[in-house]
Each structure stands twice: as structure tokens, then as C-alpha cells.
Design a protein around this ligand. Sequence first.
Ligand SMILES: Cc1cc2nc3c(=O)[nH]c(=O)nc-3n(C[C@H](O)[C@H](O)[C@H](O)COP(=O)(O)O)c2cc1C
Length: 213
Amino acid sequence: MGRASTPHGYSRAMKETDPAELPDRKVYELLTMLVVPRPIAWVSTIAPDGTSNVAPHSYFNIVSNAPPVVHITSAGEKDTLRNIRSTGEFVINIVSRDLLDQMNLTAANFPAQEDEFGWADLARTPSSVVAPPRVARARAALECTLRQVLEIGNGRMMFGDVVRIHTAPDLWNGDEIPPERLDAVGRLGGSAYQMLDGVRRLDRPRWEDVRSL
Ligand SMILES: Cc1cc2nc3c(=O)[nH]c(=O)nc-3n(C[C@H](O)[C@H](O)[C@H](O)COP(=O)(O)O)c2cc1C
């Protein structure tokens, strides 16, 4: 009979965990190491006093495509949430590999009166419909207006209607966006990020093709 666990503390059987029995921090770590990769919304907002803010949010996804609605979630009360609540507007900038270090810097817990654009040496460019600026070097950005905030646990889900979509000149030809050109980074657990090293393309099978296999 082998031992029940390996020298590194891994069990030989599937491990079953009741999250209710773990400290909140462990549950956060476990969920964010398992729900991967997550897209990163680099969210720019403006405070009522005019201070710009930009911070990454990987609790981010599409909620509806008709009409186009996305959500980001703040884990607790943060400047991004406060700004969106008071102004009703935000921009989601997509993080390409070349922006990773600057994005990471803006995740630091800056005081509300500090402008992360300045600290991260990030050029901004005006948005078309909303007041918060876009990150000039982002290869894509979504201008959003707040539709609703939904509170679940410590999550503050902000739903935004997408009112403008910006894409770099060489990114979208009206048909395809080659993933390598967007070069988006995904968030993994802890400090890990997923780069786009090698893309595997898989056509979605149609039933007509599958049934004749
Ligand atoms: C890649 C990445 C993704 C993050 N995703 C989230 C998130 O989804 N929700 C959240 O509340 N904080 C998230 N954070 C942490 C915030 O960016 C951080 O707390 C930041 O200071 C918030 O800034 P703010 O107070 O200006 O809104 C993330 C950090 C990183 C580096």
C-alpha cells in the first residue's frame, strides 16, 4: 500500500474542500487559481474632483452582446467603484503584453487623489462619448456607461453598456481580429499571467459534421 500523501503534501485521491471551512483569503486564492485564465479590464475612471484613475479588474466578462453589456466586479469598496458610482462612466482598456508592467503598477493601492496615469507614465487620450480618458497605447478599448451595480457578498458587480468600441488601425479589418495582434494578457492565480505564446485554432463543430463522423 502506498502512502496517503506524497512528500510534497499532495493527496493521492481528489481533494474535496468545503469553502465554508476555509479562511476568506484561502478561498480567494483557490478560486483565482482555478478560474483561469481571466481577461483583464484595465478600467479608467474620473473622480468627481477630476482626478483620473486606472486600475486592473480581472473579474470581467461579457454579460449580453445584444445590447452589448459587460461587467467588472470590485472586491469591496475601491476608487474605481466609487468613481463609477458617482459619474456613471468608465473605459475598459485591453491589456496587451507590452503594457503588462504599467498595468501591474496601477494595481498598487494608490491614495484616491493620486493619478495612476502619471505614476505609470501612461499617455491618455480623450474618449468619444464618456469623460474618462482611454489609455493611448491600449490596442482596444470599450467606452461604457453604468447600467446597474449589483452587490453579492463582497462583490460589487458593475454592469456597463458598451457605447463605443475602439480598435487599433491594424487590429480589426471589419471581420477578424488576429489574437496575436491584440496580444492580450490573461490573469492566472497569484502573480502569474498567461501570454499568447502559440495559438491553437479550433473551429466549432457543426452538428451536421459531427453526426457523420
Ligand atoms: C491583474 C489584476 C487584476 C485585478 N482584478 C481585480 C478585480 O477584478 N477586482 C478588484 O477589486 N481588484 C482587482 N485587482 C486589484 C486592484 O487592481 C487594486 O486593488 C487596485 O488598487 C484598485 O484600484 P482603485 O482603488 O483605484 O480602484 C486586480 C489586480 C491585478 C494586478
